[in-house]
Design a protein around this ligand. Structure first.
Ligand SMILES: NC(=O)c1ccc[n+]([C@@H]2O[C@H](COP(=O)([O-])OP(=O)(O)OC[C@H]3O[C@@H](n4cnc5c(N)ncnc54)[C@H](OP(=O)(O)O)[C@@H]3O)[C@@H](O)[C@H]2O)c1
Length: 267
């Protein structure tokens, strides 16, 4: 795909920080977009900016009945050429307190099921799937056990599907943002990022990268220079990263244990 003009896109997590920035760019590119999230009034507000280009479908993606209804809605609207699996939740807490069902269902199972449901339509239209992963889909990080497990899974699923569809004209893409300034990160995560001097992107920077990737068709993209190096280092020499992160463990734990700060994102 060389341009997005007239393409039909399904964007999940459209009401979130990255989703809103992506929607803005998709609309400006002339794409027609079906947007989802759980909050219909928020979706309606977003659609009001370009009512002729944006259709809304409110749904909790962890409920499989909603996924079937979303497929039917998109079919009625004329189908889609691009599926962007962007919806996600996170939690920063000790492993014992992680809400694993919600983390896996939202970040991993929902995008896999949506992919399966939309695959026949996307194959017919030589379409594109773009899965939004994370740096934490390649680097296990203390305090994010459930989120890392889900995003590692999403990266594995995407890679397997890319290879399975390599003899078709469909494109399957994976984008791994680094820390980004959105509501998915609660005050404890934001404080940790500041303490560790972690580079943080704006949602607009991630949206620029995502649109670029949709146009270029680059299979995998990891945002952030240092993050890129860490991802490669972790794949080749995990003990080096064990040591680097081990040196920060006390600081990381201080941000989720006994600080009085609300530890987990609302999942
Ligand atoms: N921000 C970061 O630091 C960062 C870094 C790396 C990767 N990412 C990834 O980027 C993607 C977008 O995140 P963001 O930063 O934009 O987060 P965000 O602002 O919290 O937005 C999350 C979006 O997901 C939707 N969502 C959550 N649970 C849902 C469910 N059960 N059913 C339907 N929609 C649901 C939310 O909509 P409602 O709440 O209205 O339903 C919202 O639109 C996620 O996949 C995230 O893992 C983010």
């Amino acid at each position: 795909m060389n341009r997005l003009q007239g393409k039909r896109v399904l964007l999940t997590g459209a009401s979130g920080g990255i989703g809103r920035a992506v929607l803005k760019q998709l609309s400006a590119s002339g794409a027609e977009v079906v947007i989802t999230g759980r909050d219909q009034p928020r979706l309606k507000m977003l659609a009001a900016d370009a009512p002729e280009q944006i259709q809304t479908f409110a749904a909790d993606l962890t409920d499989t009945a909603n996924l079937d209804a979303l497929l039917a809605f998109c079919q009625q609207q004329g189908g889609i050429d691009v599926l962007i699996n962007n919806a996600g939740i996170s939690q920063f807490s000790a492993a014992a307190g992680q809400q694993l069902t919600a983390l896996i269902n939202t970040n991993l199972l929902a995008p896999m099921l949506l992919t399966q449901l939309f695959l026949p339509m996307l194959k017919q239209r030589n379409g594109t799937i773009l899965n939004v992963g994370s740096t934490f889909g390649s680097i296990g990080y203390a305090g994010f056990t459930g989120y890392c497990a889900a995003k590692f899974g999403l990266r594995g699923y995407t890679e397997a599907l890319q290879r399975e569809l390599a003899d078709t004209d469909m494109r399957v893409l994976y984008l791994a943002p680094r820390a980004t300034d959105t509501a998915i990160n609660n005050t404890a995560v934001k404080a940790l990022n500041r303490a560790l001097k972690q580079g943080v992107d704006t949602p607009e920077q991630v949206a620029n990268a995502l649109i670029e990737q949709l146009i270029s068709g680059k299979k995998r993209r990891f945002l952030g220079t240092a993050e890129n190096i860490f991802v490669r280092l972790n794949a080749l020499f995990p003990s080096v990263v064990d040591n680097a992160l081990g040196g920060k463990l006390k600081q990381i734990k201080q941000h989720f244990i006994g600080t009085g700060v609300k530890n987990s994102a609302e999942v």
